[in-house]
Design a binder for this molecule. Structure first.
Ligand code: AMP
Ligand code: MG
Length: 434
């Protein structure tokens, strides 16, 4: 389809438009013919179309020190019990419970890392420190605050049997599942696995994600700006989003708005597990990504989603490599990444949980929208007792990066809704725990 420009423009502009139209016709000729699967999709259909094509990556053993943020490929079972010996949970006196209460001779002191090598005589006790192994004959610890020391003797009150001790396997028993398959290894999981002596974990490979920006106007953040240039801000936003999910971003660079260079850059990135492009997917006469994708052997499956922001989202495959064409506007790119790329990168890593939590929120202001597209409102959600209240950012434009600062939710205005009154209850995608 060739765009037709409205009438009253100067001669000069008309010439430019005609040559632009020619260029567009040329590039359209290279494009795949119109395909029904490339009609505008609902958000749900687009998400399931993407999900149906994404496969889990291979497994590799990762040293524990490098495993933070990685996903387990199998159930990791405890190779031993923790604790591996009964020990004292407090500083105090280890005693035979049956002997309590009474006054006892203190025959030894045992600290963490030490061990009693001689038997404890009847009616004797041992001064014991936190973490020290319980002498075999003793079963209870009386804390030192409850003890009265009299020379080399100590007076101890009643205590519950086994009190202030930690038993073998009390944390985890040999053979129990320590971390289930598809879990993200956070500080707690890493601590537990280390305590079990697991020095290597079978993890799913971290997806290597190539990012290609497109646009003649884009420059690197440290380049002084020319009069019509802008910074490729997505070059910093998207890698951060990928890293937060455990992926490894590679910023390939900025492709000029010409389909040949774009196709070459895309083709050069196909050795990654996933490729993301930004921009060039609208219907402007500089939007060459579709043609470039076709020349790079990418079969398009989606082209446009009924959402705002983020309508010009595209998705295709080159063999096993998924390719996400994110819109150029950074907020659109952010939202489309959240909805489609994030679950895909998690699925690639075998994550059990691939979706953000959702919750109903009360939206403090009303909206009027046209029917047909799902809107995702950037908002700050706060908890008020039982309820979540969403304060939308006042500026909702798709180029308004400042709307992403402090945003912790995307409030969904349904496609079929047209009038949303203030304090309506809407579903929100929560970007942080509430
Ligand atoms: P496009 O989809 O290429 O027409 O881009 C839509 C808008 O987003 C234009 O104003 C572009 O200048 C802007 N844009 C495209 N790519 C980026 C990027 N990587 N970083 C920031 N803005 C971008
Ligand atoms: Mg562009």
């Amino acid at each position: 389809m060739v765009a037709v420009f409205a009438g009253s423009v100067g001669q000069q502009l008309a010439h430019t438009q005609i040559s632009n139209r020619r260029r567009m016709v040329e590039s359209v000729a290279d494009r795949p013919s119109c395909d029904t699967k490339l009609l505008m999709h609902s958000v749900e259909d687009a998400a399931s179309a993407v999900a149906s094509r994404i496969a889990k990556l291979a497994t590799e053993n990762v040293p524990l020190r490098d495993a933070h943020g990685r996903f387990t490929a199998v159930d990791v079972t405890a190779p031993r019990s923790v604790p591996s010996f009964d020990n004292s949970a407090m500083d105090g006196y280890a005693v035979r419970w049956a002997d309590l209460p009474g006054t006892f001779q203190v025959v030894a002191t045992v600290g963490a890392g030490q061990i009693m090598t001689v038997p404890v005589p009847p009616r004797a006790v041992v001064r014991i420190l936190t973490g020290a192994p319980m002498p075999a004959e003793l079963d209870t610890v009386v804390i030192q605050e409850d003890a009265e020391v009299e020379g080399d003797h100590v007076k101890l009150p009643e205590e519950k049997q086994g009190e202030n001790t930690r038993k073998v396997g009390e944390d985890i028993m040999e053979g129990e599942i320590a971390v289930a398959a598809g879990s993200r290894l956070g500080p707690g999981e890493l601590g537990l696995l280390a305590s079990l002596g697991v020095s290597e974990v079978p993890c799913v490979r971290a997806p290597r994600v190539a990012i290609i920006a497109t646009g003649d106007e884009l420059v690197d953040v440290s380049t002084p700006l020319g009069p019509s240039q802008i910074v490729d801000s997505s070059a910093h936003m998207l890698p951060a989003m990928i890293r937060e999910l455990g992926g490894i971003p590679t910023y390939v660079g900025i492709a000029k708005d010409d389909p040949i260079t774009m196709a070459a850059l895309i083709a050069s990135a196909l050795d990654h597990d996933c490729v993301i492009t930004t921009g060039g997917v609208s219907v402007g006469d500089r939007d060459h990504v579709r043609a470039a994708l076709a020349s790079a052997g990418v079969e398009l499956e989606l082209w446009k989603v009924a959402m705002k922001p983020g309508k010009p989202f595209s998705f295709g495959m080159n063999g096993r490599v998924p390719l996400f064409g994110l819109p150029g506007n950074p907020v659109s790119a952010f939202v489309a990444f959240e909805l489609f790329v994030r679950p895909a990168l998690l699925t690639m890593q075998g994550a059990t949980k691939t979706q953000r939590p959702r919750a109903p929120v009360s939206l403090v202001r009303g909206y009027r929208k046209s029917v047909g597209r799902t809107h995702f409102i950037r908002a700050r959600v706060e908890r008020h007792g039982e309820h979540l209240v969403a304060h939308p950012h006042p500026k909702q434009g798709s180029a308004i990066l400042s709307s992403l600062v402090g945003t912790n939710a995307l409030v969904e205005l349904p496609a079929e809704a047209s009038e949303i009154s203030p304090n309506s209850h809407m579903q929100a995608i929560l970007l942080e725990a509430m």
